[in-house]
Design a protein around this ligand. Sequence first.
Ligand code: URA
Length: 261
Amino acid sequence: MDGEFDREAMLAALAWQVELGAVDAIGDVPVDRFEVKPEPKAKPATTAKDQHAPVVMPELDAVAEAKAAAGAAATLEALAAAQEAFPHCELKRGARNFVFADGRPEARVMVIGEGPGAEEDAQGKPFVGRSGQLLDRMFAAIGLARDAVDAEAALYITNVVPWRPPQNRDPEAEELAMMRPFVERHIELAGPELIVLMGNPACGSLLDKRGITRLRGNWHEFAGVPVMPMFHPSFLLRKTEMKRLAWADLLTVRARLEGAG
Ligand code: URA
């Protein structure tokens, strides 16, 4: 076999063993199958050099992203598309619809409310529920309407957040901060002569001030545009005795549009 195993010879030897009565094949060295083997040695600790550097996600600056997205929008349509696509505001996940604006963008007066309620969320339009109906009656009393054909008599309406907050809670500071660049750009692109802010969250977002009872009735300014804070219509539905003050504020707005006040 020349020092090598010959397959045929090995098979013949095996057949012969079987003929002799062999039933098990065993090795030359006995194997103790009950032996307790020592634990395999622990691997040496990996050194810093062996390890991959941990993956550190850069902290997301959602406000900076909102500024970039809003700033890149050259038209109201582009702004609406950019805001609707903005992924970092939690409110988006719970809402049925994105609510951008209603009325005429060329209106002299832009009304900015807090955020959609149930009815607005269902219809995708701002101020269409009970408080919206009151808002329409309030502005009709000074000759302004969202559906006016004449831009002189028109209104343009939006909110500081475009998605309904769950259970109609107030929008949180973080949500307002993320949405503010979009509202700022919205004002810039619409270019209103006057802004009316409805309620505390709208004043908090744009004027960085709260306390509507003190703020209302006095002119403020946002980016060079005169701003009148007013009681929110949903508050007026509950506190009808405050409508007297809201009426006074509407007359102040009317006077300013007419060049007085
Ligand atoms: N309240 C708001 O502030 N905005 C709406 O669109 C509806 C209710």
